[in-house]
Design a protein around this ligand. Structure first.
Ligand code: NIG
Length: 377
C-alpha cells in the first residue's frame, strides 16, 4: 500500500531532500520531492498547506511504573525540594502491581504520546530494583517500546547496602536483563550512585555488549558527564548543572547531551544551558523524561516550546533536537528524519510552519500522525 502526501506547506526533513510532497510505501518513505514529479501511489492525501516534520523521537522516558505521586508533586510546588528518594515510592507500587497492570500503564502512555506526534519511544526499567522485577519490567517494556534501557542502578533500595547492591546490578541482575535490552543506564548523582559505582555498572554492561547512557548532572554539578564521555556513552541525560569543563567535554565527544526541560520545570530547578552547549558544538537532544515523579508529561511539543521560549534555542534547533537529536542519542539513523528508506514516521501540524510550536504555546497543534506508514490519528 502506497500513499502520496501532497500540499505540504513546509517540509522539515532533517536531511538533504526537500519538496512539497512525499510517498510512503509500506512502513518506509519511498520518495520525497515536488508534487509535479511525484510517482503514482495507491492513495493520495492533501494536507492543505500544513507543516510536516518527522515524528518526535522521545529518547528518555520511565514508563514501566505503577502508583501515583501527585501528593509529592503538590508538596514540591509548595516548596519541598525534589530528591532521588521519591523513586522508592514508585518502586513499592511497581513491585505490587501485576504484569497486566504495568503493561496497561505503559500502553496508555505510549498511546497518549503517539496522539501528540511521538512515533518512536525509549523506556527504561528502574522501578523494580530486584532481579525478578527488573526482568519483568524489561520484558514488558520490550513488548511495546521501540528501545529499552536497563536502569537497575536507579536507586539503592532503601535499607540495602550500596556496594552489595551494585554487585547485584552488575552481576546477576545484568545477566538476567541483558538479553531483553539494548542499553544500560546509571543514575550518577548524590543520593543515587557515585562515580566508581556508576562506572562499575556501566563497564559490566559494556562487556555484555550493551550501549551506554547516563543520568547525570541533574541535581547539581557532578561526575556524570565526565563518566559518560570517558566511557563513550551514547547520551548523558539531564545536564542541568554543567561546568565549563563539562560543556567542553561534550563538545569534543560523540556523547549527546539530552536535555529534559519538563523535568527541570517540574522539580523547580534551573533550565539546562542549551545555548552554551550548542555554541560550543555539542549535540543536543530534547526528551520528555515522562515518569510519575520528576516529569509527568508525554508532551514533546511542550519540551520544544520551553526550549525555544526559555532556553534560547531556535525553533529549528529545538525541532531537530526532538527528532534527529533523539535518534542520535539512540544511535538510530532510520528515525527522526524524512528521506527515502527512513521509517515512515510523520507528524502533520495544524499550522503552516514549525515556528507555530513556539508562537502558539500550549495550543495542541498535532493534526495527524503516521507511524511505520500507518495513519495513527
Ligand atoms: O530522570 N533521575 C532519575 N530518574 C528519574 C526520576 C524518577 C522519579 O523521581 O521517579 C528522572 O528524573
Amino acid at each position: 500500500m502506497s500513499v502520496l502526501i501532497t500540499g505540504i506547506g513546509e517540509l522539515t526533513t532533517n536531511s538533504e531532500v526537500t519538496g512539497d510532497a512525499l510517498v510512503i510505501d509500506g512502513s518506509e518513505i519511498a520518495w520525497v520531492g515536488n508534487a509535479d514529479k511525484a510517482p503514482a501511489a495507491d492513495e493520495q492525501v492533501d494536507v492543505e498547506g500544513r507543516a510536516v516534520l518527522p515524528g518526535w523521537v522521545d529518547s528518555h522516558t520511565h514508563l514501566v511504573f505503577a502508583g501515583d505521586r501527585t501528593a509529592e508533586f503538590g508538596a514540591r510546588m509548595a516548596g519541598k525540594p525534589y530528591t532521588a528518594g521519591g523513586i522508592a515510592v514508585t518502586v513499592n507500587a511497581t513491585r505490587a502491581a501485576t504484569d497486566e497492570e504495568l503493561a496497561a500503564v505503559l500502553r496508555r502512555h505510549i498511546a497518549e504520546a503517539l496522539k501528540q506526534g511521538t512515533t518512536f519511544i525509549e523506556t527504561k526499567t528502574g522501578y523494580g530494583l530486584n532481579v525478578a522485577d527488573e526482568v519483568r519490567s524489561a520484558r514488558i517494556a520490550a513488548e511495546q517500546a521501540d528501545e529499552v534501557t536497563f536502569l537497575g542502578a536507579h536507586l539503592v533500595p532503601p535499607g540495602e547496602d550500596a556496594d552489595t547492591y551494585v554487585d547485584l546490578v552488575r552481576g546477576e541482575m545484568l545477566d538476567a536483563v541483558a538479553p531483553l535490552v539494548r542499553w544500560a543506564d546509571v543514575f550518577c548523582e548524590k543520593g543515587a550512585f557515585d562515580y566508581d559505582q556508576s562506572k562499575a555498572v556501566l563497564q559490566a554492561a559494556a562487556a555484555k555488549g550493551l550501549g551506554l547512557r547516563v543520568h547525570g548532572n541533574q541535581l547539581g554539578e557532578g561526575p556524570g558527564v565526565r563518566l559518560a564521555v570517558e566511557l563513550g556513552a551514547a547520551s548523558v541525560d539531564h545536564c542541568t548543572y554543567l561546568s565549563s569543563a563539562d560543556v567542553d567535554a561534550l563538545a569534543s565527544s560523540d556523547t549527546v547531551a539530552t536535555l529534559l526541560p519538563a523535568c527541570d520545570l517540574s522539580t523547580r530547578q534551573s533550565l539546562p544551558p542549551a545555548r552554551a552547549l550548542l555554541d560550543a558544538g555539542a549535540t543536543v537532544a530534547l526528551a520528555s523524561n515522562c515518569n510519575p515523579g520528576s516529569s509527568y508529561t508525554s508532551s514533546m511539543a511542550f519540551c520544544v516550546t520551553t526550549a525555544v521560549l526559555q532556553m534560547r534555542m531556535s525553533v529549528e534547533e529545538a525541532v531537530w533536537a526532538a527528532t534527529a537529536g533523539g535518534a542520535q542519542a539512540l544511535r538510530r539513523t532510520d528515525v527522526g528524519v524524512i528521506r527515502p528508506g527512513a521509517r515512515a514516521d510523520l507528524h502533520v501540524l495544524d499550522a503552516p510552519s514549525i515556528t507555530h510550536l513556539a508562537y502558539r504555546p500550549g495550543v495542541p497543534l498535532t493534526h495527524s500522525v503516521w507511524r511505520r506508514g500507518e495513519r495513527a490519528n
